[in-house]
Design a protein around this ligand. Sequence first.
Ligand SMILES: Nc1ncnc2c1ncn2[C@@H]1O[C@H](COP(=O)(O)OP(=O)(O)OP(=O)(O)O)[C@@H](O)[C@H]1O
Length: 302
Amino acid sequence: MKKLPVKNRLFGRLRYLYVTTMTEKPIVQLKGVSYFYASSKTKALDNIDLDIYAGKKIAILGANGAGKSTLFKHLNGILKPAAGDILVKGEPISKKNIRTVRQTVGIVFQNPDDQILAPTIEQDVAFGPINMGLDEEEVEKRVKKALELVNLSGFEERSPHHLSGGQKKLVAIAGVLAMQPEVVVLDEPTAGLDPLSAENIMKIIDGMNKKFGITVILSTHDVDIVPLFADIVYIMHHGRIEASGTAREIFKKHEVLENAHLRMPRIAEVFELLQESGMDADIMITPHDARDEIIRLVDNRK
Ligand SMILES: Nc1ncnc2c1ncn2[C@@H]1O[C@H](COP(=O)(O)OP(=O)(O)OP(=O)(O)O)[C@@H](O)[C@H]1O
């Protein structure tokens, strides 16, 4: 085949990049979404615009009461916005498409007791696939795979109500994964977990994204896990998105963080202290980057 001149090849490549990035539509999109709880007279969401792209890992960072759970309840139609639109795969959520929307976007609630209903783990994880009208063989296959993914194989016959908080969260995640969603939304998945269980759950969440390309949106106020996980971070406060960007960009916004009752990751504070001691240190927010920066600083002093 005749090779195109370099200029044409370059143009072709640029056009490809344009087509794949600029024209890609968000898998979930919020346009000017507001929500008001009449009972507490609270404007929980205030004109939220959000574009979530397929395959990304998103962290919504916000203090207690920022509006994270309310936002999530809008993503698969549990709550309807008082104003604005929510589109899933380009379609506004409606009565007609709500079942499809709920198969596309699975939510793992903050409290697993709100989600776990059946007497055995197997029955609980099978609930979604059965509701989707899948045949017995497919349901069984999905339950087995979902329990494997959360490391709960062998727990099928046990009662979910006699599990630890961390294990209950895993059952809730398995229930959502068994529906094979494209987007998984997790409301504070590490809240109330010990460090090892939190790390385990974050590994499972990361695996969903890496192995299956699932788009992950999670909320947290744990600033230390965010840089280890997220491609894109949003800061929420008083029902508004106050900032967005990569973790590195976000954790430079000291004022925004402070106003939102958040802080930098602990590891970054070490670099602030080094700067205060007169060292030419860059602020690092992950252990690996911190190691590299410390080696650089040590080498420079030799
Ligand atoms: N069911 C409800 N009825 C009335 N007000 C509510 C209800 N749920 C939440 N709110 C109010 O809406 C605001 C946002 O709450 P939301 O639970 O969405 O915040 P959050 O960021 O998820 O908080 P947290 O980190 O504590 O879970 C708060 O002021 C809260 O008191």
